[in-house]
Write a protein of this length. Structure first.
Length: 405
């Protein structure tokens, strides 16, 4: 109990000490203002620097290739030849349909073709003899014409049964259902003993190729046009070989270790969302990405060689929400500059208009400042460099950050 009381006493003494120190600082500040000395502020001098700009967009994964397995002949399923959820290879046998009826049809077609060939031999000899007898007028021309027609009919019968034999052999091969692509097969919709029909609407199973894998990312046409204008105006430059490389953030906010490549941009705009689909290809050797996962893609827009970055505490907003900054002019007085912001990069804002290189932006000591006041400046130490913020994705400047006043 004595230890607890001592702890309470120590806490009370510390609180009183902090309160006394704060009151003393306020008294000192008030006395300095009463004496007429200019207030001290921390400033950051604006210097252009290169920054790699990125955009973070939501997306979903999709299989690189997708195939639904359907039978090409009707029959009874005898066996399922794969394990559900396993990886299968192209042309691997998946199902076995009862081949007995199809084998019988093939045997019948082959026998009929042999019969037609035997008939052709006899008919050919008869037509040949009739041709010789016709020269000696031993038979009528009608008899010869009948023999020649019978020979042609026998040849046609052979062609017909050849086609029937080919069709029967194809259907017999179709009784073994194989994989059209390599990939991972899902669950089977049928079991042994099921009756299936040719080209039925319900698939027996489906195969998805997961390595590589697609990530489909919608991007608004407004942002797409804005990016094209920046590239045309020279405000952004392509980042060389890294242009088109995309990073991925998974659902648990962990970065995917492999980079993807932007494959193409769709040519059709979705009228309901006003966006186009960007398709990115990612390697997926460990099958970590599965179709249908929600992810965030970080796309590299380009490099702004003359970016002006101001710490977020140096940006304030008026009653209408418009951003502005207070700077120290050449006379040591406070001046107000309306700003146009692009996006937030880590703890800084990327400024489009309103500031020039060399401007001294007030970041510390903003309270009670008004335009026209004389101030004393000292450098404000930032905690992040442009190299740190270059990898951060863009945020909308309309959103108020925690660092704004």
């Amino acid at each position: 109990m004595n230890g607890i009381k001592i702890g309470y006493l120590v806490a009370i003494l510390l609180a009183m000490s902090v309160a006394f120190s704060a009151c003393e600082n306020q008294t000192t500040l008030a006395s300095s203002q009463a004496n007429g000395s200019p207030p001290a502020v921390g400033v950051v001098v604006m210097q252009p620097e290169p920054v790699t700009l990125t955009t973070k967009l939501p997306g979903r994964t999709a299989a690189f290739r997708f195939a639904e397995i359907r039978p090409q002949v009707s029959g009874l399923i005898l066996k399922r030849l794969f394990t559900e959820g396993s990886d299968v290879k192209v042309d691997q046998a998946l199902y076995q349909i009862d081949p007995a009826p199809f084998q019988a049809v093939l045997d019948n077609a082959e026998a009929s073709m042999d019969k037609a060939k035997a008939q052709l031999f006899a008919v050919h000899l008869r037509a040949k003899r009739y041709c010789e007898l016709l020269v000696d007028k031993a038979i009528s021309e009608q008899d010869y014409d009948d023999a020649a027609a019978a020979e042609k009919q026998a040849k046609a019968e052979i062609k017909y049964w050849k086609a029937q034999t080919k069709t029967a052999r194809i259907n017999l091969n179709y009784t073994k259902i194989t994989a059209p692509i390599s990939g991972r097969i899902g669950r089977s919709m049928v079991t042994e003993g099921a009756i299936v029909t040719a080209y039925q609407p319900t698939a027996l199973a489906s195969i998805q190729q997961l390595d590589p894998i697609y990530v489909d990312v919608p991007q608004s046409t407004t942002e797409l046009l804005r990016l094209k204008r920046r590239l045309q105006d020279g405000r952004l430059k392509n980042n060389g070989a890294n242009h088109g490389k995309v990073k991925l953030i998974l659902e648990d906010d962990i970065s995917y270790p492999l980079e993807g490549t932007l494959q193409f941009s769709d040519v059709t705009v979705d009228p309901t969302t006003g966006s186009v689909i960007l398709r990115v290809v990612f390697p997926n050797p460990e099958a970590l990405l599965l179709p249908g996962m929600f992810v965030q893609a970080v796309l590299k827009e380009g490099v702004n060689e003359q970016a002006l970055l101001v710490p977020q505490p140096g940006v304030s907003r008026d009653t209408k929400g418009n951003p502005f900054a207070l700077i120290v002019d050449d006379d040591g007085k406070v001046a107000l500059r309306p700003l146009t912001l692009d996006r937030a990069l880590a703890d800084k804002w990327l400024v489009l208009t309103g500031l020039d290189p060399g401007d001294q932006v007030i970041v510390e000591g903003l309270k009670m400042l008004r335009p026209g006041m004389t101030v004393q400046t000292s450098p404000f130490q930032t905690t992040k460099t442009s190299k740190d913020i270059a990898i951060d994705s863009g945020a909308q400047p309309q959103k108020r950050s925690s660092g704004e006043n």
